[in-house]
Design a protein around this ligand. Structure first.
Ligand code: NAD
Length: 249
């Protein structure tokens, strides 16, 4: 049986681990031709064996991002997955945190879209999927000041792009996860361990936020990305789609 993304070409950022990697693999399983990119080339190891094209790419480098998408394109699917989670408040956020979060979580999302749209128009349409979060405009999360601010901006980008291209066959949606068990979550758990009284306690605090009593896994998010990328979601655009184990209930 043909996969749901048969004949489609997909570009994925931050595909070295976590949600991006799981999604690149899921896209390929569904029949897409996939280019998987990441800042750390070594993290892409193993993907080529799955028939995925791999490319080291720092999405903070506007020219490199634009060139990568233009040179390897045109694409039907763009998954802007790269992002970083600062843990801070309006008081503790530094100028560096603010600038970095906006460059990575917001500007790189825009630059990817800007580079991908001409190719999508050439192919008669496409699906842009942006990585937002439940934290931001859907829920105020403690100690996620600049993170939530940037992820709210990603929803703004999503709706704006959806409105501008809805009549031209390009859909644009955002995925808004709760807490997902990925390598960078391990870093956040470690960073909170002292205050929480240990690693187990810090992990338990993340789990306790989820009404279902468990963390999400990257494959669950990847399956939502597959659906949004597919023609099955052809009537869906401009939507922040929450997938969060009940965190924002
Ligand atoms: P992760 O944070 O574990 O991994 C991030 C990947 O991004 C790494 O492979 C890293 O090398 C790459 N990367 C970092 N800087 C980069 C850059 N400048 N250019 C290209 N690649 C770069 O992965 P994750 O936890 O799956 O997070 C992926 C996205 O999902 C992020 O945007 C994050 O904000 C979002 N998200 C995650 C969670 C969660 O709980 N894990 C929840 C909501 C949203």
């Amino acid at each position: 049986m043909a996969g749901r993304l048969q004949g489609k070409r997909a570009f994925v950022t931050a595909a070295g681990q976590g949600i991006g990697r799981a999604t690149a693999l899921a896209f390929a399983r569904e029949g897409a031709t996939v280019i998987a990119t990441d800042l750390h080339a070594e993290k892409l190891d193993g993907l080529a064996g799955e028939g995925i094209g791999v490319m080291p790419l720092d999405v903070l480098d506007d020219a490199a991002l634009t060139t990568a998408i233009q040179a390897a394109g045109p694409f039907d699917i763009l998954f802007n997955c790269a992002g970083f989670v600062h843990q801070n408040t309006a008081e503790t956020c530094t100028d560096e945190d603010w600038d970095f979060a906006f460059r990575l979580n917001v500007r790189a999302t825009w630059k990817g879209i800007q580079a991908a749209i001409p190719g999508m128009l050439e192919r008669g349409g496409g699906s842009i999927i942006n990585m937002s979060s439940g934290a931001g405009s859907i829920k105020g999360a403690p100690n996620r000041f600049v993170y939530g601010t940037t992820k709210a901006a990603v929803i703004g980008i999503t709706k704006s792009v959806a409105a501008d291209y809805v009549a031209k066959g390009i859909r644009c949606n955002a995925i808004c996860p709760g807490t997902v068990d990925t390598p960078s979550l391990g870093d956040r758990i470690a960073a909170n361990a002292t205050a929480a009284g240990g690693l187990d306690q810090a992990r338990a605090a993340f789990v306790a936020r989820q009404a279902m009593g468990r963390l999400g896994n990257a494959e669950e998010i990847a399956m939502l990305a597959v659906w949004l990328a597919s023609d099955e979601a052809g009537f869906v655009t401009g939507q922040p789609i929450v997938i969060d184990g009940g965190w924002t209930l």
